[in-house]
Design a protein around this ligand. Structure first.
Ligand code: GLU
Length: 368
């Protein structure tokens, strides 16, 4: 990245690069990555590493586990995380720091801000954060679940300008390259739409092109925050040399020219709705309109248990997601007004109490 305008990059490395045969960690594929990171730092580019691999690295301590239970996997993660950090630390001559996060941490605005502060402080003092999901403690409900999406959330939290996601293929192909030898590599993506998701393995499939679907989700999160995103082949050391030369070794996803505002990005891509407000099928929520338009008249049903200030999902009965928004009402109060037969009372109540959703805190969702 000669004379690179980049200031801060997030590199996401997957389990297969760290513990390729589930026989403990190997530095075989990590050397090129570590060299790349070191060159970036020499050029003054700050690096945050999102590293998977704790489960794969800890696997060999648990004999006879072809299909380990969730509990055993958590134990594997606890054992492997330390090995993984030790392996990375052998490759760097600068200090690193470990951050283990859950989605429960990232979707809580206060903890999210605290995570941001910690990352900034580490970077300011020359340490490289190495981040993974805290697999040893997370139950399903609290999990991000994959480190591709985690890396994009981290990139947004760290205000990175570049996200590099390592894959086992050269980038996004128009069809699965493992099955179609003539598959073509897509060098650049300017808009992530249904066609792009289809190339990644189909909207309903979770076994995409080399886990490509979660990588596209991550790219979507990142570019909407203004973060240039690359999917590259992490097994090929040449990918990193090309990146250093300012070339594109894989697929480049160009960032939005106008990134989403930080808090709306967090609401859309990191927070999780605590409940739902189901609205009439003909109701539409447009970006340029005001939130006052959502009144209890439009609400058909209130689902879940949420408090004032929680993120909620506004959707139609047919399932279409319209927006994520910060609720100014608790689910209890909203259900109470919605169920009122006396419309005059309900409308007077809302006039006094204020809009159901906050004007500045509505993230309109596009449906893919
Ligand atoms: N956090 C998991 C691990 O360290 C990996 C998740 C993923 O592969 O995306 O094993």
């Amino acid at each position: 990245m000669t004379d690179s305008p980049r200031k801060r990059i997030v590199v996401k490395v997957g389990s297969a690069l760290i513990a390729p045969h589930k026989q403990g960690c190997s530095s075989h594929y990590l050397l090129g990555i570590a060299q790349f990171i070191t060159y970036c730092r020499i050029q003054g580019i700050q690096v945050v590493l999102v590293s998977s691999g704790s489960v794969a690295a800890g696997w060999h301590h648990f004999e006879g586990q072809a299909q380990p239970s969730v509990t055993v996997k958590k134990a594997m993660a606890a054992a492997g995380q330390a090995d993984m950090m030790a392996t990375w630390n052998k490759l760097f001559d600068f200090p690193t720091a470990q951050l283990l996060l859950t989605h429960g941490d990232l979707r809580n605005r206060e903890r999210y801000i605290s995570i941001r502060d910690t990352i900034f402080s580490l970077l300011e003092h020359g340490l490289m954060p190495i981040i993974n999901e805290n697999d040893a403690v997370t139950a399903d409900k609290l999990k991000v679940g994959d480190n591709d999406n985690l890396s994009a959330m981290v990139a947004a939290a760290a205000d990175a300008d570049t996200l590099v996601i390592c894959s086992d293929v050269d980038g996004l192909y128009d069809q699965n390259p493992h099955e179609h030898p003539n598959a073509k590599l897509i060098k650049q993506v300017t808009e992530i739409n249904a066609d792009i998701y289809a190339m990644a393995g189909g909207a309903s499939s979770d076994v995409g092109t080399g886990g490509m679907r979660t990588k596209i989700q991550a790219a979507e999160k990142a570019i909407s925050h203004g973060i240039e995103t690359f999917i590259i082949n992490g097994f090929n050391a040449d990918s990193f040399s090309q990146l250093l030369k300012g070339q594109n070794p894989g697929t480049l996803f160009t960032p939005y020219e106008k990134p989403m505002q930080e808090h709306l990005h967090w609401m859309t891509h990191t927070s999780q709705a605590q409940g739902e407000v189901i609205v009439e099928d003909d109701f539409d929520l447009a970006l340029d309109q005001h939130s006052e338009q959502l009144t209890s008249d439009d609400v058909v049903e209130v689902k879940g248990d949420f408090s004032v200030g929680d993120t909620i999902l506004v959707r139609k009965g047919d399932g279409t997601k319209l927006a994520k928004a910060k609720s100014n009402y608790s689910s209890c109060l909203l259900s109470f007004i919605t169920e009122q037969d006396d419309q005059a009372f309900a409308s007077e109540f809302q006039q006094k109490t204020g809009p159901i959703i906050s004007d500045k805190n509505i993230a309109i969702l596009k449906s893919i």
